[in-house]
Ligand binder design. Structure first.
Ligand SMILES: N=c1c2ncn([C@@H]3O[C@H](COP(=O)(O)OP(=O)(O)OP(=O)(O)O)[C@@H](O)[C@H]3O)c2ncn1[C@@H]1O[C@H](COP(=O)(O)O)[C@@H](O)[C@H]1O
Length: 109
């Protein structure tokens, strides 16, 4: 089992956990809008961290930290909506070897 699958299993288990004892359960209890707010916040923080690396060549650890926060909150969002990380992986696998430029050009044909 890979880390995403393992985490997805933990997130599923947290659906019946006490919100006062689990961060994930507290997010579920607050609802999808709160989860989406966290995804937006973590996306913004990831972009800021990446810009800092670009400007100063420093802060790669901060960028890794923020990216982990973002991936984690995306997994919580997917879990809340009943979508497994495997389904996203399958979509990426389907695209493997398909040039993004060719795919975009084929849309207008
Ligand atoms: N990977 C993570 C993980 N990454 C980040 N976070 C939490 O995500 C939150 C994001 O940070 P913020 O500073 O934005 O949080 P905050 O200020 O408390 O948020 P707001 O209340 O302001 O919205 C922090 O509380 C982090 O601890 C995580 N919490 C849990 N996990 C995984 O989820 C599992 C289940 O967690 P619990 O449900 O808490 O047991 C854990 O065992 C971990 O594997």
């Amino acid at each position: 089992m890979d880390l995403f699958e393992q985490l997805a299993q933990t997130l599923e288990e947290r659906k019946s956990a006490d919100p006062s004892a689990s961060y994930v359960a507290s997010l579920y209890a607050k609802g999808l809008d709160k989860i989406l707010e966290k995804v937006g916040e973590e996306s913004f923080e990831t972009v800021l961290a990446a810009k800092n690396v670009k400007a100063n060549g420093e802060g790669k650890e901060a960028l890794i930290y923020e990216t982990a926060d973002l991936w984690f909150h995306l997994l919580v969002m997917l879990s809340q909506l009943g979508i497994s990380p495997d389904e996203v992986m399958n979509e990426l696998a389907r695209r493997e070897g398909l040039s993004g430029l060719e795919e975009k050009a084929s849309r207008s044909k």
